[in-house]
Design a protein around this ligand. Structure first.
Ligand code: SAH
Ligand code: SF4
Ligand code: F3S
Length: 438
């Protein structure tokens, strides 16, 4: 076999993970074969993330680690959010890179690859951020054995003061609901039972064909024959409408989980972040979710140490934790990012103080989760199997509420990823549940 080979490493969010599935499919269609080591590849690709400075630095570390392979004639490509953000500056920093492309340009990948193969040394795909089109391909190489992703909306128009995404992923654009449903049916025919709908703000979805609201699309995906679980992430509080909760109540396949990033409990900080909602607005949406007939698990993202966050503001974030009682909180220290409006605000809070606030938040949240998870002891939960932990002889999976469940299994043949199992919960930890198959 003389096929050209490529190695791909992916950083960042689930949208990036799914973009990579589409990129792999596109490359395979162009005659490339994926390999699992840098050394075995003709082309090394990095699908990058720029959300915080630490994430951005990862790709430069990788490029540095492997630059010696450039002498063997291997080629390097940087794609994704760092590519879009840094653009041609990447060629200056790492001259052995020959392809730099943002996600809005993936539709043009076959052309970009061809130009690279023809010997062009600096090929770019950076000028498509204003596109109205979404990137869809029938060649998506679905690498996850139990969960199929569908991106329903790309880009972001919200421009929160701290965030790079509107610049790295470009203008907000949604995919037609019929096209989404067709893909959902194809996925079900392939044997998948879990679908995750994706978007930086998945619930800002606006059907370009005008047929379905986000909640209606959610319900319709949940009614596709063969689909047992539908997840969606990430929801923005600004666009979180009551009919989303009603859809979850009405359609059994929709999972009992909403990820609703709040970022801060202080209305003053939220205003400075340009989130365009107040604490009260957010809490009203939490009340809708809590009033549902089904018990819906809630998780969030938080930023501590945003410029100007006072101890009083931070205290409001802590009281919000107590009020909501989240099942998971992803907490981050504010990281100043290129091109963002918050850059003009002085990043006055010392790194040490940010770390201290994050620690306080995580300690408190751990206690909340300990109590939340403890309440499951004695429950029988339906778990979708994701794999096994052979060292501990446990099967690992997730409940509808997205809680990790590890369980023991008495038969000689372990259940396959993607299968469902009823599990009696016998122990609880702050981040997972443990039990036995029934
Ligand atoms: N679109 C989603 C979030 C996308 S980014 C939303 O608006 O909720 C994922 C998370 O990264 C954000 O929720 C935020 O908590 C965090 N984040 C984004 N920019 C950041 C920055 N500059 N510093 C620290 N955390 C950041
Ligand atoms: Fe970033 Fe805000 Fe858009 Fe989320 S809504 S991706 S935080 S700009
Ligand atoms: Fe990172 Fe881009 Fe996703 S910045 S979090 S990979 S949208």
């Amino acid at each position: 076999m003389s096929a050209k080979t490529f190695y791909l490493e992916t950083f960042g969010c689930q949208m990036n993970a799914h973009d990579s599935e589409k990129v792999v499919g596109t490359l395979e269609q162009q005659g490339y074969r994926q390999v699992d080591s840098e050394e075995a590849a003709d082309l090394l690709l990095y699908n990058t993330c720029s959300i915080r400075d630490k994430a951005e630095q990862k790709v430069f570390h990788r490029l540095n680690d492997y630059k010696k392979l450039a002498r063997e004639g291997k080629r390097f490509g940087v794609i994704g959010c760092v590519a879009q953000q840094e653009g041609e500056k990447i060629f200056e920093r790492a001259p052995y890179v020959s392809l730099v492309a943002g996600s809005a340009s993936y539709r043009r990948l076959p052309e970009l690859l061809a130009r690279m193969e023809a010997g062009e040394s600096r090929v770019t795909g950076l000028d498509d951020r204003e596109t109205e089109e979404t990137f869809e391909t029938e060649f998506t190489a679905r690498k996850n054995p139990y969960r199929a992703y569908i991106t329903i909306i790309e880009g972001c128009d919200k421009f929160c003061a701290y965030c790079v995404v509107p610049y790295t992923r470009g203008k907000e654009r949604s995919r037609g609901s019929e096209s989404v449903l067709e893909e959902a049916r194809r996925i079900a025919e392939m044997g998948y039972t879990e679908i995750q709908l994706l978007g930086q703000n998945v619930n800002s979805y606006r059907d370009p064909t005008g047929k379905k609201s986000f909640a209606e699309l959610l319900a319709a995906v949940g009614e596709v024959s063969g689909i047992r679980r539908v997840r969606f992430t990430t929801s923005h509080p600004r666009d979180f409408t009551r009919d989303i909760v009603e859809a979850i109540d009405a359609v059994p396949a929709l999972c009992d989980h909403v990820h609703l990033p709040v970022q801060s409990g202080s209305t003053r900080v939220l205003r400075r972040m340009a989130r365009e909602y107040s604490r009260e607005w957010y809490m009203e949406r939490i009340a809708w979710i809590k009033a549902a007939r089904r018990q819906i698990s809630i998780s969030t993202d938080m930023i501590v140490g945003f410029p100007g966050e006072t101890p009083e503001d931070f205290e409001e974030t802590m009281t919000l934790l107590d009020a909501v009682q989240y099942d998971a909180v992803f907490g981050f220290k504010y990281s100043a990012r290129p091109n963002t409006p918050a850059l003009v605000m002085i990043d006055s809070i010392a790194e040490q103080e940010k770390a201290k606030r994050l620690q306080i938040l995580q300690d408190r949240q751990r206690e909340i989760q300990r109590a939340n998870y403890e309440r499951h002891v004695g429950d029988i939960l339906e778990v979708m199997v994701e794999g096994n932990n052979s060292a501990r002889e446990q099967i690992v999976g997730r409940s509808s509420q997205n809680k990790p469940v590890n369980f023991t299994w008495k038969h000689p043949i372990a259940p396959a990823p993607g299968s469902y199992q009823q599990v009696r919960i016998t122990r609880a930890f702050p981040n997972s549940l443990a039990g036995e198959a029934v």
